[in-house]
Design a protein around this ligand. Sequence first.
Ligand code: AMP
Ligand code: MG
Length: 523
Amino acid sequence: MRLHFQDTFRTELPSDSNTTNDRRQVFEATHSYVTPRIPSTPQLIHVSDEVLDILCLSRKDSESKAFLDVFTGGKVPEGARPYAMAYAGHQFGNWAGQLGDGRAINLGEIVHNESRWALQLKGAGETPYSRTADGLAVLRSSIREHLCSEAMYHLGVPTTRSLSLALTGDEVLRDILYDGHPEYEKGAVVCRVAPSFIRFGNFELFASRKDVTTLRQLTNYTIRHFYPHLKPDSKSDVVKFFREVAEKTMSMVMHWQRVGFVHGVMNTDNMSILGLTIDYGPYGWLEGYDVNWTPNTTDRQNRRYRYGFQPYIALWNLTQLANALYPLVEEIPPLQEVIEHYQNQLEVFELTMMRKKLGLQIHQEDDKALIQSLQESLQLSETDMTIFFRELASINANTTLPENFFDLPISKAYYQPNEINSAILASWKAWLNKYIQRLQLETMPEHLRIDKMHNTNPKYVLRNYMAQLAIDATKKADYSLIEELYQLLKTPYAEHTNHEKWYAKRPEWARHKVGCSMLSCSS
Ligand code: AMP
Ligand code: MG
């Protein structure tokens, strides 16, 4: 197995002179060199064949001892010098100071076929940034990260990728519910892959310390490598850079809204400077459509990171990034103008996304009201978001509502059909009649509309209980469901009639089960 390391981040930016793994505050450095922990009995559980391909690695490579050693932290590959990145962040709205890669270790950047990828091991041991924690990850959360990164990619959502999932053979102590009952769980390592893992928090760290030199170095580096059409060392281009980050971030979040993904921990340290979904922790998928839903039990009181609020949080996070970049711009209005632009555009973004979900091509004044009343109707009685939008394509301009409402395919989406009383029924009928009339204004051929809707509204997402079933099976050393879900979620917009069992509402047992509807940051 050949990995051509060609590092830029660690070679072009200042590093910490201390090279121990001891926890500490690190100044005037973007990263610290670290040594990954050697796992006791590593075992590879799953490899993403698609990520192997983009890295120009073969199936055979992935079966080698070298692959297992390198991607579990057991052996530092030739040419690599592992490091942890320094960053800070706002967590749940509060300034948290220095955070950094506490359980992620970058192997470095490899260049294959002229494309450059950064490789990062998550769960490979402590770093100077581990604070009070152990630098490890458990199998349960590693399965969730591995499967979801790939599922999101295939849904067309910008995301970091995941190459591999391996057991370390070591045990990790975790208190899932933070209720004083910690238990030992299996430790695991995931190898994440992205062009870069730089976050908003990397910029915030230096700005908070008034270390403009390192802030400038980091910004110039990011522009040079990832926004190369912009000029480094230019005030106006820092503003342009910020505008592009804002554009990518808002676009990513609108994709989340489209597929019903709730990140769960949108802290600024979990916001990628490339607009990629990063840090799959207590994320979840909307089952019943509910704008106030969050999977994160740690956030159940404030619901700061609830589904319907994600676009606003993205703007809030962008404001923190603007503050961090301010010392390089020295003027508030141009940065403010970017934020205001996206604030004003939010409604347009949402309208555009929802029009797509509804299969509407032309723009009508009343579309906003139509969408709003749909969102209200969807919350009258628990209605499965994925099934509803997928089945909506079966309604067309000539549909007449059947005598028995439950003959309509969309009615499969109701969790409690017996709760659909006459008032709810009336509201649905009114909405559907408006929608049918609205479809009559469209000129797009029927089959095209259905195609477009089916390519916007996935049939399969990584429902919370599906990941949990894959996790539960590993207790019997059965890893087959991981591969089954991985393969299914490669084509989430396809029909897969032989996989119909995964096109179903959340089963009742999963409603309140830990790991399905309740997730914590304990990963
Ligand atoms: P997260 O909420 O997972 O994005 O993590 C927030 C911060 O805590 C980051 O600096 C992480 O590196 C750090 N962190 C989370 N879990 C661990 C762990 N098990 N060991 C060390 N650091 C951790
Ligand atoms: Mg994080």
